[in-house]
Design a protein around this ligand. Structure first.
Ligand code: CMC
Length: 431
């Protein structure tokens, strides 16, 4: 649906350069600078890609000013309320909501791939028990390419399909195994009669001595967390997956690269950092101190769970997540626990404070997801792995779209070089 309609004109060095413009189905127009270097011998400079579209995509759309997030055109709040994660996976992967037989078939295909190769247990054993589950996930998901050779040929459409299903099915199993390993409990094998979210909860919380019965409200909240994190346009980890994939790397390696990028506290690691921050604050009377620190230019501290590169009004995922948090806390009877009181007070103060209003810093999805996961009994170290398992489908959808794109080429940004100009080597004794 992208149209090339008008053009922009660049006047440089006394010469005019016509730059074609593309109009998206929604959103701002885009200036195509693909031929600029060839024609004008100049680069553009945009650290952090704040004004640069790196690809054409028809999967997810975000309007940061309106606080809107659409998966294949469907608003996230409608999907969170009326759909469920595996249906959303189908939508992201194939572009349309499935019919009933299509959904059954898809659910079966995912369910039939939930177990991991038994040999993988040895791989887990190589890690220290205190390894962060994200460290294990980067390693184990990357190692899937050593186990599933029959689905690493990116030029074979069927192999791309099989690797996609394998990852959606197995990443929850791997995340749960990483958790069980870290607490010294035996792995719990997946159970195919459970839905995706209940199965994950059971793999995390069941032990051989006592069966875990997933509560439907908790399963629903878990499913929503998966849905709300499933894709988010060209964020850092998705761009990492695309960049890794642009060289022709196999899909398991690309998703492992995405997991590594997600781990950072400015991205997926924020949910863990946010809850740790709430614990560090520890009591209501210390909130002003932390608010002041967040505002202090000389202090690197930031309020974790606040702010977003794209959302400058509100994060629509946070709105749904807040409702979910209320439901879960009520069910568990912990609406009044201290951490929650601190979170609520922090939210209230930040939303009224001039600094946060002026800079458009609102609570983001990670502010509330951490609270829910904590209430469910997950340790903070599992928050980012849960984000990673939710985002796996988004990464795969974007990777598949990139492979199928006829104009796709290896990603190779240029630079604004500021190092020394050419100089001659100086022998050691003369330095
Ligand atoms: N606390 C205090 N000040 C902040 C915060 C914050 N959380 N976020 C941004 N600012 C200030 C920042 O200091 C800067 O001030 P100034 O203009 O005076 O220099 C201004 O707001 C703009 O910040 P920025 O770093 O230029 O904005 P960005 O778009 O590059 O960063 C962000 C976005 C999400 C990395 C940032 O807001 C942040 O670090 N937030 C905390 C981490 C967090 O919660 N991340 C999760 C994002 S949602 C999950 C996901 O999609 O990954």
């Amino acid at each position: 649906m992208v149209k090339t309609t008008k053009s922009a004109n660049l006047l440089f060095d006394g010469k005019n350069f016509d730059l074609p413009m593309k109009s998206p189905s929604i959103g701002p127009d885009v200036i195509d600078i693909g031929k600029l270097y060839n024609e004008a011998d100049i680069f553009t400079f945009d650290p952090g890609f704040t004004s640069t579209a790196s690809c054409e995509s028809s999967i997810t759309y975000i309007d940061g000013d309106k606080g809107e997030l659409l998966y294949r055109g469907y608003p996230i709040d409608q999907l969170a309320e009326k759909s469920h994660f595996l249906e959303v996976c189908y939508l992201l992967l194939y572009g349309e909501l499935p019919t009933s037989p299509q959904l059954n078939d898809f659910e079966n295909r995912v369910t039939m791939h939930t177990m991991v190769h038994e040999q993988m247990h040895n791989l887990f054993r190589g890690f220290r028990r205190d390894a962060h589950p994200m460290a294990i996930m980067v390693g184990v998901v990357g190692a899937m390419s050593a186990f599933y050779h029959d689905s690493t040929d990116i030029n074979d459409q069927m192999q791309r399909e099989i690797s996609s299903i394998r990852m959606i099915a197995k990443v929850p199993t791997i995340a749960a195994m990483a958790y069980k390993y870290s607490i010294g409990q035996p792995y719990v094998y997946p159970r195919n009669d459970l839905d995706y979210a209940s199965n994950f909860l059971r793999m995390c919380f069941s032990v051989p001595a006592q069966e875990y019965e997933p509560n439907p409200i908790l399963s629903r909240a878990m499913d929503r967390i998966f849905t709300l994190h499933a894709d988010h346009e060209q964020n850092a980890s998705t761009s990492t997956v695309r960049l890794a994939g642009s060289s022709g790397a196999n899909p398991f390696a690309c998703i492992a690269a995405g997991i590594a990028c997600l781990w950072g506290p400015a991205h997926g690691g924020a949910n863990q950092a946010c809850l740790e921050m709430l614990h560090e604050i520890g009591s209501l009377d210390r909130i002003p101190e932390y608010i002041n620190r967040a505002k202090d230019k000389d202090d690197p501290f930031r309020l974790m769970g606040f702010g977003h590169r794209v959302y400058k009004n509100f994060d629509p995922r946070a709105k749904v997540m807040k409702e979910s948090a209320d439901e879960v806390l009520e069910l568990l009877g912990i609406e009044n626990n201290e951490i929650l009181q601190i979170a609520k007070e922090l939210e209230r103060i930040a939303l009224e404070d001039e600094y946060f209003i002026e800079k458009k810093l609102y609570p983001n999805v990670d502010f509330y997801s951490g609270i829910i996961l904590d209430a469910m009994g997950f340790p903070t170290s599992m928050f980012t792995p849960i984000f990673a398992l939710s985002r796996t489908v988004g990464w795969i959808s974007q990777w598949k779209e990139m492979i199928a794109d006829p104009v796709q080429k290896i990603g190779r940004p240029r630079q604004l070089y500021s190092g020394p100009v050419e100089r001659d080597y100086i022998k050691l004794e003369n330095r």
